[in-house]
Write a new protein. Structure first.
Length: 368
């Protein structure tokens, strides 16, 4: 059982100013020592995510250093190059891509940026990706979600908890924000306000349930696309004829897609410029969003195709019974060539160094 009994001695140097304060307020210097005593009973227990939480000055960081000292994450050498090049040297491109995607850092253009220009949410996810790629079985992350707004903190917590559990790692978050409990779903909590340890049973709220859908168009179409454009890997203009849909959470734009006519194929539509903003990636919002858009399009009598190169979306759609993979291959001149047999095993075993494009058709209950 990791127990701790920590006394932080505070012995102010005798100066005119310190002695003046001691004298004026009749302070016993022994009373400014800090004492933290307790235990975090996790030995021989099954867990993946832990949380040390409490107000400022209650000993969170002190306790974390005492119990998890060698495992505390202090950042990584970022340099001025692309953040993907700052990841551990032993990690393969495939491992980095998979890990970036799993923690919700899923926008390829952002992978090529220096760490210093990323948003606070992207920086936090890049840090966690580094932790997962570094090979350590246990990581303790101080000041978790302290530098991001609370909406981003919640979505990031969901993505990070999923990634840690999927990787079979152990992750300890240290935070002064107790609002993340229901999103992080920690297996155990140590509350420094109460000096109390307990195993948690938290029922998570799904951020996707707050997602609202809006059809957009008219004069604002270009302005809306401008919000999302830089996060799309092609970073090109929205098709002038695109029918525009956006997803909104708590009044904030979070995802976008256009729907355009599929060339040559009568009665078919195609997904165009699907984007989820970086701070909302990794918790299934994109899949939920495009599912709802597909339901709208097919209810109007159309068929719908989606072609993508995004690993996270490919993985999600393969598992989704409403989407059927119809072809995949290297993309040449905007089309997938060399169509392969449609089996998920081929995807997992693909050795191609080039980007492969995957094409899916949406099938609702009436089209089966």
């Amino acid at each position: 059982m990791p127990s701790f009994d920590i006394v932080k001695r505070v012995a102010p140097k005798e100066t005119f100013r310190t002695q003046s304060v001691i004298g004026a307020f009749d302070i016993d210097v022994n009373h400014i020592d800090e004492h933290f005593k307790g235990s975090i009973d996790i030995e021989n227990k099954q867990w993946n995510v832990g949380l040390i939480v409490g107000g400022s000055g209650t000993g969170k960081t002190t306790i974390a250093r005492e119990v998890f000292g060698d495992c505390i994450f202090y950042g990584f050498e970022t340099g001025n190059g692309a953040v993907i090049d700052a990841m551990p040297k032993g990690a393969s491109i495939k491992d980095i891509e998979r890990t970036f995607t799993s923690v919700g850092f899923a926008s390829p253009p952002s992978w090529l940026k220096p760490y210093s220009v990323l948003s606070n949410g992207e920086k936090m996810r890049a840090q966690l990706a580094y932790c997962l790629l570094d090979g350590k079985e246990l990581v303790c992350f101080d000041e978790f979600t302290s530098v991001v707004n609370r909406e981003v903190a919640k979505t990031s917590s969901v993505a990070i908890a999923k990634a840690v559990r999927r990787a079979g790692k152990k992750f300890v978050a240290v935070s002064c924000h107790d609002d993340i409990v229901e999103w992080l779903q920690p297996d155990w909590i140590y509350n420094t306000d109460e000096q109390r340890f307990f195993f948690a049973q938290v029922k998570s709220r799904d951020q996707r349930c707050n997602l609202k859908y809006t059809k957009w168009g008219g004069a604002n179409k270009a302005a809306i696309w401008k919000t999302f454009r830089k996060y799309h890997y092609l970073n090109t203009d929205l098709h002038q004829a695109a029918r525009q849909f956006v997803g909104i959470i708590n009044g904030e734009l979070v995802c976008h897609t256009g729907i355009i006519q599929f060339p040559i194929r009568k009665g078919w539509k195609r997904v165009h410029r699907l984007v989820v903003l970086p701070d909302y990636q990794g918790i299934g919002i994109g899949t939920t969003f495009i599912q709802r858009v597909a339901e709208i399009i097919t209810s109007e009598g159309h068929r719908l195709n989606l072609t993508t190169t995004t690993p996270a979306l490919v993985k999600a759609l393969i598992k989704n019974r409403h989407w059927t993979l119809v072809r995949y291959g290297r993309c040449k001149n905007g089309y997938a060539s060399g169509t392969k047999s449609i089996r998920s095993k081929h995807i997992a075993d693909s050795k191609s160094d080039n980007r492969i494009t995957y094409s899916f058709n949406y099938v609702d209950n009436h089209q089966k």
